[in-house]
Design a protein around this ligand. Structure first.
Ligand code: HEC
Length: 263
């Protein structure tokens, strides 16, 4: 006969209350970490929100192409004269985006003029509300922010090692604690087991991906994203199972048989 773990609901009221609150703190801490990650990384590519490029940029580095060049090459705006489009593309692909923006020597090809005539109708703070479109292009800084392509430099490998050495053991410890608590429950062992394995594989994918993205190439960013999803989702679900065991009234088979139900 195998030894059985006690169940959380066997413990006294204050133990279940205190342990439940600690689980809430732990899972809440993960949620705050998610908010922190979003704040910390979301602005790398200048696109709103946390994007794949933000994460790739942080770990593997990324090149964010010029949004204006992209728009022009897609044929936007559709009524732009061919000569103006070519002039803007030539300017955007040159090494002198800032210097030539208001370079009068370019005559009719001066980018500031083409933009004022062909773009500001819609891309200005003073555009009519029904045509106003982001990004704003009124001022040189607006234009440069959208004209230049950007290199996002990845973390220094030393910073990465420092981060992994602090986070991986801490997150593994949290996951082990919740795995034990969720194992001491009424929930089917197979369900808890699959969750624990998904959390562990996710953690390995997340942290392995951080290193591989930095050293082997940006494709490994997917391991960070998918692994992080499973590692944090698993912790959240294991926490929920533990809380439910501690706080929901017991149900199912009568008490004396409980010990044999665990397998
Ligand atoms: C008639 C209105 C209009 C004119 C003129 C216009 N645009 Fe736009 N532009 C839009 C709209 C609408 C969008 C979509 C914005 C959105 O979805 O928020 C857009 C989007 C863009 C974007 C963002 C696209 C992206 O993929 O990030 C850029 C850059 C842009 N325009 C550049 C220009 C430039 C440069 C010119 C002038 C050569 C220009 N636009 C002229 C209406 C206009």
């Amino acid at each position: 006969m195998a030894q059985h773990l006690p169940r959380l609901s066997d413990f006294g009221f204050f133990w279940r209350l205190g342990m439940g609150l600690l689980v809430v703190c732990l899972v809440g801490g993960y949620v705050v970490s998610g908010v922190y990650l979003k704040q910390h990384y979301e602005n790398r590519d200048e696109q709103p929100g946390l994007t794949f490029t933000d994460i790739q940029g942080a770990y593997a580095g990324a090149n964010v192409p010029s949004p204006m060049l992209g728009a022009l090459e897609r044929g936007h705006p559709d009524d732009l004269a061919v000569a103006d489009r070519e002039a803007l593309v030539r300017w955007l692909t040159s090494d002198s985006v800032r210097a030539d923006y208001e370079n009068f020597e370019l005559g009719e090809e001066m980018p500031a003029d083409i933009i004022a005539i062909s773009c500001l109708e819609c891309h200005s703070r003073s555009s009519a509300a029904d045509v106003k479109a982001s990004p704003m292009l009124d001022y040189p800084d607006d234009v440069f922010a959208n004209a230049e392509s950007k290199e996002i430099l990845p973390k220094d490998p030393k910073v990465l090692v420092a981060s992994i050495h602090a986070h991986l053991p801490a997150m593994a410890t949290c996951s082990i604690a919740l795995a034990l608590l969720a194992g001491m429950s009424r929930w089917p062992r197979a369900v808890v087991g699959v969750l624990v394995t998904a959390t562990a594989v996710g953690l390995i994918g997340d942290f392995g991906g951080q290193w591989l993205a930095r050293t082997q190439g940006p494709g490994w960013t997917w391991a960070i994203v998918v692994g992080g999803f499973f590692a944090s989702g698993g912790v959240g679900l294991l926490g929920l199972l533990a809380l439910a065991e501690a706080w929901l009234p017991r149900f199912g088979k009568p008490e004396p048989a409980d010990a044999d139900d665990l397998d």
